[in-house]
Design a protein around this ligand. Structure first.
Ligand SMILES: C[S@@+](CC[C@H](N)C(=O)[O-])C[C@H]1O[C@@H](n2cnc3c(N)ncnc32)[C@H](O)[C@@H]1O
Length: 406
């Protein structure tokens, strides 16, 4: 069984149909199998609001996710992955596209680059599933530049003996170099050269489906391969993922909101690349509560289940010990007068276990006083990451009884 069989990828029915399509192409040497696929099976594709197509994932833990937001698959690429970048178009640009899927994020990057630059662009696309990349050849191109991505995908699928015929006519421009890695992104990143990328697009399924692509150790590899002014963009606002970036040595900031209630996450080695702070309560929860425990994958080869279970255990051990319990969102009440007596009793019971007598005690105020400096726009000194790290330090002091000694 290959890793692709176990991986979190497209739904089984389209997976099988696509494999059959390319098997037929190999045996018949005839282009009809590929050309007729979309018209025959378009029910298996999901039309999104901007007219571009997506696909459903396999069912995992009774949940199916779509590869892209229903608000618009290709629009999501531009809004979440391209807009937050601060590319220097006068220089060559290198992008690492993790979980390349149908290739929309790379295509959006190519479109943006061709509009703004005449320098060189390198894109390293990483995708575990040949069948998913092959779907990228079968969907109608949502923008003309997707034809360039299709050519690169086709070349690699032919090299790996999955596709047989060269049917994509668009030439890849000379100043654009696209490499397609078909393997577990955790293996790929370990092979990449240090200090190479201006941008990393991180676009896995959600943290519960693919925690292995959000671990601290995976992010440490990003820290190694990204340039000092590089930016990582990901759609998620989840606390463990933001915490993971900080543990791996990144600054973090708020990403764009598109098709979701909350903004995504940006990460960079340089705070000056990140304009906006996270919402205050997100900072507090990441710094102080057990939701801020990140995913860990020490050898970059654990299963999703193992990573999820290990985090659950670590959260359990940290609660009332190094972290305030996340129950009833306890930490966000620090510094507040509380009217709801029942809630207050629960919150203060949790706080007491961390040596914080009440939500308005001097200990509570000391920990969250850091947030008095909060500004939506962040800068090199005053930013989400520095505030989170400072709150963490203060919580530790209070818990250890060192607070009175400062
Ligand atoms: C949300 S989709 C990405 C959509 C894509 N960015 C696009 O532009 O179409 C997530 C992708 O992650 C891929 N994937 C899952 N596990 C992976 C792994 N360990 N390494 C690389 N890719 C993986 C899936 O096959 C799926 O295509």
């Amino acid at each position: 069984m290959s890793y692709e069989d176990n991986a979190r990828i497209i739904s089984d029915d389209i997976f099988e149909l696509v494999n059959e399509c390319f098997d037929r192409e190999r045996s018949s040497r005839n282009n009809e199998s590929r050309f007729n696929f979309f018209d025959t099976y378009n029910d298996y594709f999901v039309l999104t609001d901007d007219g571009s197509y997506s696909i459903n994932s396999k069912e995992i833990n009774h949940k199916i996710e779509t590869l892209h937001t229903s608000t618009g698959a290709i629009s999501e690429s531009f809004e979440k992955f391209i807009k937050p970048m601060k590319f220097d178009y006068a220089s060559d640009i290198a992008i690492l596209d993790i979980c390349a899927g149908l290739g929309y994020n790379s295509s959006a990057a190519i479109a943006d680059f061709m509009k703004n630059s005449t320098a060189n662009l390198t894109i390293d696309m990483v995708e575990i599933s040949k069948a998913t990349l092959a779907c990228g050849l079968l969907v109608p191109s949502p923008i003309p530049e997707h034809d360039i991505t299709k050519k690169a995908i086709e070349n690699e699928l032919i090299a790996q003996d999955y596709a047989t015929l060269s049917l994509e006519n668009t030439e890849i421009p000379e100043n654009i170099n696209i490499n397609v890695f078909i393997e577990d992104a955790r293996q790929t990143v370990q092979k990449l050269k240090a200090n190479s990328y201006d941008a990393i697009f991180l676009d896995p399924f959600s943290q519960n489906m693919a925690p292995e692509l959000f671990s601290v150790e995976f992010f440490r590899e990003f820290r190694r391969v990204i340039k000092d002014n590089g930016i990582i963009a990901t759609y998620t606002s989840a606390a463990p993922i933001r915490a993971g970036f900080i543990d791996a040595g990144f600054y973090i900031g708020l990403g764009p909101i598109f098709g979701r209630k909350q903004g995504g996450t940006l990460a960079s080695p340089s705070p000056s690349m990140l304009d906006y702070s996270l919402p205050k309560n997100d900072e507090i929860r990441i710094a102080l509560s057990d939701v801020g425990i990140p995913f860990r994958d020490p050898e970059l080869n654990s299963s999703s289940e193992f990573i999820l279970d290990s985090r659950t255990e670590e959260r359990h051990n940290a609660r009332h010990n190094t972290k305030i319990s996340s129950a009833v969102k306890t930490p966000i009440f620090l510094g507040d007068e509380m009217d709801d007596e029942k809630l207050k009793r629960r919150v203060e019971r949790n706080l007491a276990k961390m040596n914080i007598p009440s939500t308005t005690s001097s200990e509570a105020l000391y920990i969250v006083e850091v947030e008095d400096n909060y500004t939506e726009k962040q800068d090199n000194e005053n930013n989400s990451t520095n505030r989170i790290l400072e709150m963490k330090k203060r919580l530790k002091k209070v818990k250890n009884g060192d607070y009175g000694k400062i």
